[in-house]
Design a protein around this ligand. Structure first.
Ligand code: MN
Length: 202
């Protein structure tokens, strides 16, 4: 099962992240070829870039986040598949849990791929057209082979030159809030702590 690694890392009695077992329900609510970028304040702040491919969210952790400047290529470390409903997850991951910290839905929308994204993913060469609120236009994700690293699954994420490319504009600094709730990371943290306190009251 594809989500085994995802589920193994998490205790769903403790975290409110989705377990990912309700695939039939999801396809009605999540549009096809959905993408999401989650801003994740864990041990280190990073951005999780996720694409709906083959009924899961293929996922990359991008330490420095996406850049609209085509000359800036960002390292994207391929990580375990996440369930489709994870695209809606915004809140806190409790201490002691995998990825403990705060998660924001920073951007989301749909994407198009001229070829079957499943094949492109396998080839390690994805060209996608994003239709998000913050990220738009053509982007590339390319698998790179770092010499001497056997289990390395590093990719590069970068913008291609089009009308949505922007130099000298830091989208991460200009757009800091949730695309869904307009909350800052701090507000999500405060709300999350409150709701956990309520849910543990008996
Ligand atoms: Mn993460």
């Amino acid at each position: 099962m594809k989500l085994k690694q995802y589920q193994k890392k998490r205790d769903f009695k403790v975290t409110k992240e989705p377990k990912g077992q309700t695939q039939k329900k999801i396809s009605n609510t999540v549009p096809k070829f959905h993408f999401v970028v989650q801003k994740h304040q864990a041990h280190r702040l990073h951005y999780d870039f996720r694409l709906e491919i083959d009924k899961v969210l293929k996922s990359w952790a991008v330490p420095k986040g996406p850049s609209l400047d085509p000359d800036t290529k960002r390292l994207a470390v391929h990580v375990e598949d996440h369930p489709l409903e994870y695209a809606k997850f915004e809140g806190i991951i409790p201490p002691g849990q995998y990825g403990a910290g705060v998660v924001m839905v920073w951007d989301q929308g749909t994407f198009e791929c001229a070829i079957d994204p499943k094949k492109a993913f396998k080839k390690g060469d994805l060209t996608i057209n994003l239709k998000g609120k913050k990220l738009k236009g053509t982007w590339k994700l390319i698998k790179i082979n770092l010499k001497g690293k056997k289990d390395d699954d590093s990719w590069l994420l970068f913008k291609l030159n089009d009308k949505y490319a922007k130099k000298e504009y830091d989208v991460l600094k200009k757009k800091t809030r949730s695309v869904n709730t307009k909350r800052s990371l701090k507000q999500i943290a405060i709300d999350g702590i409150k709701s956990y306190k309520q849910s543990t009251k008996s």
